[in-house]
Design a protein around this ligand. Structure first.
Ligand code: MN
Length: 367
């Protein structure tokens, strides 16, 4: 304005309406006055940075000149707020996602989805060979979970999206009582806190490995009958860990049944302890009728029984998966015997399942 002589001229030069320039000048004057500078009112001593004017008292002589002036200042509260905001921001930095960012793969096929079902990992289960016929503990659980995903990712096609589908019973025990929900005594390796740490570490390894091969990773952890509470806590932890990684999506639905549509495929997943196999497809049709109508290849991925079982029903298939976990002494005594492996199922957007891969326990133990 000084340059142009009047608000109107300045407005013209700036291409703004003259009222905009007048408003800007008014607000500048008000701000300067708050800081103790308003020469038209004999306030000519601005406050230092961080302070604001609390008031000015002027003793005016009979001839109009100033005899004395008190300039009262105080710390500027608005600046305190800015400093506090900055402090709060620095505190929040510590709880943001901790995940190092993995470079995305250069080439992916958008028509493919790789489904990695994790059958009942039972992290924390302790089996003694002499009693159960197989050894299993925290170290073995972690090694097998990680080695299986390493192996399957290596053989997977470069699908754009990976679905890591934990079928429930990620943890063997849900608390320090080491009992199942129905009160059976469970054989547990290590303290509950240690088991939680190992489970989290193994899952983070799996997700990070998938990020190397696939552009987008969806993680769904189903609740199991062994880990009704800790399964959800694990999903929350992983979701926080990958807060800054847009390529990871952690599903946080607490529902027992979970659905995901990929083109003409409809995937349903649940642990399997609450709904019988023959009822799963009708439940799917009732729960997600629009998805049901829009798809042709409908499949359920289920855990709980720890053995392989695929059945086709009108409308789709229901598949139960094996686990990498050993049987415990109780199940060994009940006569449970099943193979141990992990699978990768490759779905084509239009044609459904087109290939599957398998990591056998023998390959992983040797690795
Ligand atoms: Mn189980």
């Amino acid at each position: 304005m000084l340059e142009h002589g009047s608000p109107n001229a300045a407005a013209k030069a700036l291409g703004k309406h003259h009222s905009t320039v007048i408003r800007a000048l008014d607000s500048l004057e008000a701000r300067a006055a708050r800081m103790g500078y308003a020469p038209a009112y004999d306030m000519t001593r601005p406050c230092p940075p961080g302070f604001r004017s609390r008031g000015t008292s002027t003793l005016v002589k009979a001839d109009g000149s100033i005899a004395m002036q008190w300039v009262k200042t105080e710390a500027d509260k608005s600046q305190d707020e800015a400093i506090l905001r900055e402090f709060a921001q620095s505190l929040a930095d510590g709880v943001k996602g901790l995940a190092p960012i993995t470079p995305a793969p250069a080439h992916v096929v958008s028509d493919l989805l790789c489904v990695y079902p994790q059958g009942d990992p039972h992290v924390g289960l302790h089996s003694w060979w002499a009693e159960a016929g197989e050894d299993f503990d925290l170290k073995i659980a972690e090694r097998l979970m990680c080695a299986a995903v390493d192996r399957l990712v290596a053989t997977a096609p470069a699908a754009e999206t990976a679905l890591l589908l934990n079928l429930g019973d990620m943890f063997h025990a849900d608390n320090q009582k080491n009992e199942s929900q129905s009160g059976h005594k469970l054989d547990v390796d290590g303290r509950w806190a240690k088991v939680q740490q190992v489970g989290l570490r193994a899952m983070l390894h799996c997700v990070r490995r998938l990020l190397e091969k696939h552009k987008r990773v969806i993680l769904r952890i189903n609740r199991g009958n062994h880990d009704g509470h800790s399964s959800y806590a694990l999903a929350l932890m992983i979701s926080c860990y990958f807060h800054n990684e847009p390529r990871v999506e952690v599903d946080l639905s607490p529902a027992v049944c979970w659905y995901h549509q990929f083109g003409g495929n409809l995937i349903g997943s649940t642990h399997g302890d609450t709904i019988k196999g023959p009822n799963l497809l009708p439940v799917m049709a009732a729960d997600v009728p629009e998805m049901w109508g829009a798809t042709k290849h409908r499949m359920w991925f289920v855990g709980h029984v720890h053995h392989q079982d695929i059945k086709e029903y009108p409308g789709g298939t229901v598949e139960y998966f094996r686990t990498l976990a050993a049987r415990d002494a109780w199940h060994a005594g009940q006569g449970y015997r099943a193979g141990r492996d992990m699978r990768l199922i490759v779905l084509h957007r239009e044609h459904g399942e087109i290939e599957r891969h398998r990591a056998d326990i023998g390959m992983l133990e040797a690795a």
